[in-house]
Design a protein around this ligand. Structure first.
Ligand SMILES: O=C1O[C@H](COP(=O)(O)O)[C@@H](O)[C@H](O)[C@H]1O
Length: 243
């Protein structure tokens, strides 16, 4: 159910859905993602799901974890990772393991980005090999967004943002360091994230909605890197929002 006109205003360009509550969003989105994964498994025998970390997707992951699905045929990986071991509370892998890969979904194969190397730069080649080995296109890429307009680990002001958005050498991942972020990161590059059948952006709250409105206005991608997915025309972007 729409709560106002914002998400309906330019529907022809993007699929936008707004919900009266996070619970309603989570229920609808979990069901829709499960249907997509089932369809991929029926067609090809396997499915690949790329998810973001942070706080926003946890309720969705918990809902998905219980859905009836041949989880053993699903590979789950991350759109980005904080360069910390999986026992660190900031690890996106830890979030996925505790909230998505629980119950029936524990049967899924998880491919993490953290390699154990001292730095993401040192781990980049090994991480690239992991992602390169996955079937493509992905079936679903689920992105989030920060209030600063970052998505995945495309941060405003990141030294290597250009390489992440447009990797000259075709690499699938990029080490990221940016002012103001606690840990260095590893992110899938933009062309890799866009190599998907379905691309979703999940945001909640009024602050992020205002960030999205700002990102949709004119301005450089480097200032609000989520613009890189808003402005591309390779794969339709679906935006899911709840207050
Ligand atoms: O640092 C990150 O931030 C974004 C948004 O996180 P949230 O906590 O505001 O939901 C997330 O999409 C990304 O994967 C994560 O590494």
């Amino acid at each position: 159910m729409s709560v106002d006109g914002f998400f309906d205003s330019d529907a022809p360009r993007d699929g936008r859905r707004s919900f009266a509550s996070t619970e309603a969003l989570v229920e609808a989105l979990a069901g829709s993602l499960a249907a997509r994964l089932r369809g991929a498994i029926a067609a090809r025998g396997s499915a690949t799901l790329v998810v973001s970390g942070g706080r926003t997707p946890e309720a969705l992951f918990r809902q998905m974890a219980d859905l009836p699905l041949d989880w053993a045929a699903v590979t789950v990986t991350l759109a980005d990772e904080r360069w910390v071991p999986p026992d660190d509370p900031d690890s996106n892998e830890a979030l996925v393991r505790r909230s998505l890969l629980a119950g029936p979904a524990a049967a899924a194969r998880f491919v993490g980005l953290y390699t154990g190397a001292d730095t993401p730069e040192a781990g980049q080649d090994a991480c690239d090999a992991r992602i390169r080995a996955l079937p493509r296109p992905f079936d679903v890429v689920l992105l989030g967004m920060g209030e600063d307009g970052h998505t995945a680990s495309f941060f405003p002001g990141a030294a290597n943002l250009a390489a992440a958005l447009s990797p000259a050498d075709g690499r699938t991942v990029q080490a990221i360091r940016a002012p103001g972020i606690r840990q260095p990161r590893m992110t899938l590059t933009l062309p890799t994230l866009l190599d998907t059948q379905r691309l979703l952006l999940l945001i909640t709250g009024d602050a992020k909605r205002r960030t999205l409105e700002q990102a949709e206005a004119d301005g450089p991608v480097e200032a609000m890197p989520v613009r890189s997915v808003l402005r591309q025309d390779r794969v339709p972007l679906e935006i899911f929002w709840a207050p």
